[in-house]
Design a protein around this ligand. Structure first.
Ligand SMILES: [Zn+2]
Ligand SMILES: [Zn+2]
Length: 129
């Protein structure tokens, strides 16, 4: 993936990607904790630099969660997110938003090119608890 984007393949970048592959979505702080296990000398500044770099070339995506810290994921097909208010779990969900976007455009005259939808509520497990 890094090579496809003409990015230098560094062990740290590979480390970051493999953590993201395992976790799905992760905050910088969580990522920092994980990456330090393999690269004990990495600084948070270096981690930010690597993340920003991979965001710029679209290998990674930032998931902005209302009232919470952003999480990062490996770019894939467009999808929306669900976040559980109780356990803070973040999950993917694929929804067809075509009609919604169209409707919003008609109503507002905006031309939309980004639809980062995050639905928040209580997940099935927490509803049982
Ligand atoms: Zn939950
Ligand atoms: Zn996602």
């Amino acid at each position: 993936m890094l090579r496809e984007h003409n990015l230098k393949v560094t062990p740290q970048r590979l480390g970051i990607l493999s953590i993201l592959e395992d976790t799905g979505h992760i905050s910088i702080e969580e990522l920092f904790t994980f990456i330090r296990k393999d690269f004990s000398s990495i600084s948070i500044a270096t981690l930010y630099k690597n993340i920003n770099f991979m965001l710029e070339v679209n290998i990674l995506k930032e998931v902005k969660i209302p009232n919470s810290k952003s999480k990062y994921e490996i770019s894939k097909d467009e999808h929306s997110h669900m976040v559980c208010r109780k356990c803070q779990k973040l999950e993917d969900i694929t929804l067809c938003l075509d009609g919604v976007i169209e409707h919003a455009s008609e109503k507002s005259g905006y031309s939309f090119d980004e639809n980062a939808l995050v639905l928040s509520g209580v997940c099935p497990q927490c509803q049982l608890a």
